[in-house]
Design a protein around this ligand. Structure first.
Ligand code: FAD
Length: 426
């Protein structure tokens, strides 16, 4: 009896999607061979999915976003797969593509080597601030939030660096929590806010992927919550004067100004979790480089390796893209495996097409927000209804855990392969 494994690194939005897709549409179609079973092995540092969307509110207040709403256990979501699903709580440290093994350090400190027939890399990204990333387990992130919420109680000056959605949402949540909700629709910015909240934006407008008029509305909403926005300015350095309670952070800006902040939050972008992969597989932004249509890693040393989610070179960021990308990567994985196991000719590739429409939904505090969907501007009330109430936990969390987006597989047309760098047999 032998087992062929589809190994998935990462157990967040992309990894969960890939695993559900594997059970629903890949494993049932793999060639039946005497004495061979197929399984999915998922490696993830935490036993829980972290509902990252809600981080801007969860970091600010446990009352507004309780921790039991932001963590969802992974293993029970695959009960239906029985022993064909194996969860390893740990971190991948090395991929040996010649031996088709992944080295893993488990949460308990043990070293494991896991053999794969196909490998899905879904290790996402880390944020510079610990407020938006679950690095180990739920308890560790909860204690980061405890310390942060304690420090918010006495803060008089808060600086947030980064004018993207994470910076804007976090500024909105913190400004509303500390300065209160604005009086009414036509309320103006508070003349003397209790806490000075400043959002530092490197660009000439907030929210780079949205049109200017929407960015302006975001700025107005922030101003009404007592948050100033500084444009065309970057945070050059942020130096904390020690680790003691109440220690200030000196925030130096590219416009020559310096702010002595009680709290500084770095919301400037993402760092792909690719340190464990061979350097030659990465692109110039340190993402896992893959064919933008097949999502297969095409480096000559990579055999049956696929990139899904924000770790990969194809991704624009965000979860919506994955609903298209996961089926593509996993279908190509399936066809590559079938051809490899059966020795039959490859049945062709499935191709991914990026959705480049203006699309982003950004709550600003618990009452307002801005955004666009499918190229159409959304009114503030709609943003609040879709996302501002609970960061989409009610609509999406359960379905994400169950893999609802992958229950059905839409029709697609195979494209015959031209180059097959990723298909060498191994
Ligand atoms: C504050 C915030 C708010 C957001 N809000 C939205 C939103 O409203 N809508 C939206 O569409 N997107 C939003 N995003 C973006 C969204 O969170 C990402 O697109 C999504 O998390 C990417 O999913 P992923 O599975 O690719 O990677 P990640 O969510 O980054 O998950 C990667 C997983 O891999 C694990 N991992 C890392 N290294 C290893 C390793 N070596 N071995 C094994 N496992 C590893 C990580 O621990 C993690 O569990 C937000 C992001 C942030 C930071």
């Amino acid at each position: 009896m032998s087992t062929e494994s589809i190994v998935i690194l990462g157990g967040s939005f992309a990894g969960l999607g890939a695993a559900h897709y594997a059970f629903k549409h890949v494993i049932p179609q793999l060639p039946k061979k005497d004495g061979v079973t197929y399984n999915v092995v998922m490696v993830n540092p935490s036993k829980d999915l972290y509902w990252r969307f809600a981080a801007p509110r969860a970091c600010a207040s446990k009352e507004l976003m309780p921790t039991n709403k932001i963590f969802y256990p992974i293993e029970p979501a695959f009960k239906y797969a029985g022993t064909n699903f194996r969860f390893v709580q740990g971190t991948a440290t090395h991929v040996d593509s010649a031996g088709q093994t992944v080295s893993v350090t488990t949460a308990g400190g043990e070293q494991q080597s896991i053999l794969y027939a196909a490998l899905v890399v879904a290790t996402g990204f880390t944020t510079p601030s610990p407020l938006f990333t679950q690095t180990t387990d739920a308890a560790a992130l909860e204690s980061v939030y405890d310390v942060f919420q304690q420090s918010l109680k006495n803060a008089k000056t808060v600086v947030i660096g980064g004018g993207g959605p994470v910076g804007v949402e976090t500024a909105g949540e913190i400004a509303e929590l500390l300065n209160g909700k604005p009086g009414g629709w036509f309320a103006s910015a508070p003349k003397t806010p209790k806490v000075k909240v400043t959002l530092v934006c490197g660009d000439k407008k907030l929210l780079p992927i949205l049109r200017e008029a929407i960015s302006e509305t975001a700025q107005q909403f922030l101003n009404k919550l007592g948050c100033d926005v500084v444009f065309n300015t970057k945070v050059v350095s942020a130096t904390k004067a020690g680790e003691q309670e109440g220690a200030k952070t000196k925030v130096e800006l590219s416009n020559g100004k310096t702010i002595e902040a009680d709290i500084y939050i770095d919301a400037t972008g993402m760092r792909p979790n690719t340190g464990f992969l061979p350097k030659e597989w990465l692109d110039n932004r340190n993402r896992l480089s893959c064919n933008p249509q097949t999502l297969r890693v095409e480096h000559s040393s990579a055999t049956r390796i696929y990139a899904v989610g924000d770790v990969s070179s194809y991704a624009r960021g965000g979860v919506m893209d994955m609903y298209e990308a996961v089926p593509v990567a996993m279908t190509n994985l399936k066809n590559d495996l079938i051809s490899h196991i059966s020795g039959k000719a490859h049945s062709g590739d499935r191709h991914y097409t990026a959705n480049l429409k203006e699309q982003q939904v950004v709550p600003i505090g618990t009452q307002k927000g801005v955004g666009a969907f499918g190229g159409y501007r959304l009114p503030s009330m709609m943003v609040n209804f879709i996302k501002g109430k609970d960061y989409m936990i009610k609509q999406l969390a359960e379905g994400t855990m169950k893999g609802d987006a992958y229950t059905k597989d839409p029709k697609w047309t195979p494209v015959q392969q031209v180059g097959k760098a990723g298909l060498s047999s191994g």
